[in-house]
Design a protein around this ligand. Structure first.
Ligand code: GLN
Length: 253
C-alpha cells in the first residue's frame, strides 16, 4: 500500500485558528484514495530524523510560542534546509511561515533567527492585519483561488527571486502593501492563511499529497473526489471575505 509519512512539528505550540484541521484534511483525502498516512508529532527536544519525512506540516503561533520553539528549531536548521533542497514537502502557516525565512523581528523588537529556507524576512508592524482573505494562486492552470483567514502583526517581504503563493484579491497578504501572499520554494509552501485552510481548498491538499508521493518515489495522479461540500465551504469563505461586515472588522487597528 502506498504510504505518506506526515510529520507535524510542535503541534502543542504551533496551532492557531484551526490549523490542526489541515492535518485532518491531508489524512482524510489520502485515506479516501487508499493511501496510508503515518503521523509523527514532534515536540521540542525530541530527536527525529527528517530523512524519513515526506510532508512536514507546521502551524501558526503567536510571538510567545515562536519564542518557545525557536531555539529547538535552530538545532534542526541544517537538516531541514537540506531536506527542503532535496524536495521534501513543507506546508507552513503564519508563525512558522515567518520562521522559514531569514528572521522575524517580533512585537517589542526581539529578533528571532529563521531557518533561511526561503529568502524572506518579517518585521512586526504596529497594526495587526486581520480578516478573511482570498488569493489568486498560480500553482494550477488555470489559476485557482484560495480562501482563508489571517491575523498577524508581522509584515513579510520576499527576496527578489522568491515566488509568492498568490496575489491578494481580498485581505492583506504578506505585508498589506505589495499584494503578494505567501511564498513557494521547491516543494516548500508558506502562507498567512489559517482557517483551516486545506479543508476548504481541497486542490491545495491534493497538490501537497501528490508532491509528497513523488518525493517518496511513488508518483500518483490522485483520483478526483466529490468536492461539492468543500467547494461550498470555499465559496462561502469568499462571500464572507468580500462582505461589508468583514471589511469593517479588518480596518480596525
Ligand atoms: N506571531 C506572528 C504575528 O503576529 C504570527 C501570528 C500567527 O501565527 N497568526 O505576526
Amino acid at each position: 500500500m502506498v504510504k505518506i509519512r506526515l510529520f507535524h512539528l510542535y503541534p502543542e505550540h504551533l496551532n492557531l485558528y484551526g490549523d490542526r484541521g489541515n492535518m485532518l484534511a491531508l489524512c482524510r483525502r489520502a485515506e479516501w484514495r487508499n493511501i496510508a498516512i503515518e503521523i509523527v508529532s514532534i515536540k521540542p527536544g525530541e530527536s527525529i530524523n527528517f530523512s524519513s519525512c515526506d510532508l512536514l506540516f507546521m502551524g501558526g503561533g503567536q510571538d510567545s510560542d515562536q519564542k518557545l520553539i525557536v531555539e529547538d528549531l535552530k538545532k534542526r536548521r541544517d537538516e531541514l534546509k537540506i531536506a527542503a533542497e532535496n524536495g521534501m514537502v513543507i506546508f507552513s502557516v503564519c508563525g512558522s511561515y515567518q520562521l522559514l525565512g531569514n528572521y522575524y523581528v517580533a512585537v517589542g523588537g526581539e529578533k528571532l533567527a529563521g531557518l533561511g529556507i526561503i529568502d524572506l524576512y518579517t518585521e512586526a508592524g504596529s497594526r495587526r492585519l486581520i480578516g478573511n482573505a482570498v488569493i489568486d494562486c498560480p500553482l494550477w492552470q488555470p489559476p485557482r483561488t484560495l480562501a482563508g483567514f489571517e491575523n498577524h502583526a508581522g509584515k513579510t517581504y520576499l527576496g527578489p527571486s522568491v515566488q509568492p503563493l498568490g496575489t491578494v484579491l481580498t485581505g492583506f497578504g504578506n505585508n498589506g502593501s505589495d499584494k503578494t501572499e505567501g511564498a513557494v520554494h521547491n516543494n516548500v509552501i508558506g502562507t498567512y492563511l489559517h482557517g483551516s485552510l486545506l479543508p476548504k481548498n481541497p486542490w491545495l491538499t491534493d497538490y501537497l499529497l501528490e508532491k509528497a508521493l513523488s518525493y517518496r518515489g511513488t508518483p500518483v495522479k490522485l483520483a478526483s473526489l466529490d468536492d461539492s461540500l468543500e467547494q461550498r465551504a470555499h465559496d462561502s469563505a469568499i462571500v464572507l471575505a468580500r462582505s461589508r461586515r468583514h471589511k469593517r472588522l479588518s480596518t480596525r487597528a
